[in-house]
Design a protein around this ligand. Structure first.
Ligand SMILES: Cc1cc2nc3c(=O)[nH]c(=O)nc-3n(C[C@H](O)[C@H](O)[C@H](O)COP(=O)(O)OP(=O)(O)OC[C@H]3O[C@@H](n4cnc5c(N)ncnc54)[C@H](O)[C@@H]3O)c2cc1C
Length: 229
């Protein structure tokens, strides 16, 4: 199927939020946390890359992505060059990075654009009667805290949602958490071992946090992860 770019907006340095529309369907269906695959022929070769959907399912045929530019990469620079009205071939949503059934209280740990699936899950599934969710979000600089205002708003609205942003390279004006997400696992989870923990980002972080969680006594089934590289 084909997706048409409606708009793309820079939301952090070298990070853009994209809105696509799939004209051939009335409603674009997916489970929060899933990804779409995008295909493009580059230098005569078909390139496929996966992108987590950053929006909640709706009654429309639109979906949103949050992408960072990999300067030396093949596809992401192309996506950053797309203009409204341009199209790209996609494959329908897939993936198991979704809340388990029955749902349990969950801790979400993201770095960088690893935030995308959690924005989808939170916007779709956090409500007055939902399970409790904690989001640990690690980036380098304050300007990279994508969707910060949205998560702060959710935190004001829902007492059972906690937002724990952390900066690995804070400036003096930052009075919040600092260091990598690994430093805040204890604060996010405490003594609980009855929660699911979802990890999304680059391999280095995901593998490290998985090891920490296993040492803390988590069963592998409770650790659900998506690696971007
Ligand atoms: C299930 C899944 C979901 C994904 N969702 C997203 C998403 O929501 N947003 C997003 O921006 N990316 C996401 N990715 C990563 C994406 O698929 C591409 O790998 C990324 O856009 C780079 O593609 P490229 O063709 O530009 O670079 P390539 O030519 O494929 O790679 C260049 C190099 O950059 C490294 N690299 C790959 N991804 C990144 C990254 N994100 N940051 C820094 N270095 C990287 C690779 O290891 C490689 O060495 C996802 C990956 C998977 C598997």
């Amino acid at each position: 199927m084909e997706a048409k770019l409606i708009e793309s907006l820079e939301i952090a340095p070298e990070v853009r939020h994209f809105v696509f529309e799939v004209s051939e369907v009335e409603k674009f269906t997916f489970v929060p946390g899933q990804f779409v695959s995008m295909n493009e022929v580059i230098n005569g070769k078909k390139i496929t890359r996966a992108y987590s959907i950053a929006s909640a399912p709706s009654d429309s045929n639109r979906f949103e992505l949050c992408l960072n530019l990999v300067r030396e990469g093949l596809l992401s620079p192309r996506l950053f060059e797309m203009r409204p009205g341009d199209t790209i071939e996609i494959r329908p949503p897939l993936g198991m990075f979704v809340l388990r059934n029955p749902p349990r209280d969950a801790v979400f740990i993201a770095t960088g654009t690893g935030i995308a699936p959690f924005r989808s899950i939170l916007n779709a599934q956090l409500n007055e009667t939902s399970k409790a969710f904690t989001l640990v979000f690690g980036v380098r600089y304050e300007s990279h805290l994508m969707y910060r205002a949205e998560f702060e708003e959710l935190e004001r609205k829902y007492p059972h949602f906690r937002f724990l942003p952390t900066l690995s390279r804070p400036t003096e004006s930052w009075s919040g958490r600092s260091g990598h997400v690994q430093a805040h696992i204890q604060e996010a989870i405490g003594d609980r071992r009855d929660v699911d923990v979802f990890l999304c980002g680059l391999k280095l972080m995901v593998d490290d946090v998985r090891n920490i969680l296993k040492e803390m006594g988590f069963d592998r089934k409770q650790i659900i992860f998506e690696k971007y590289d």
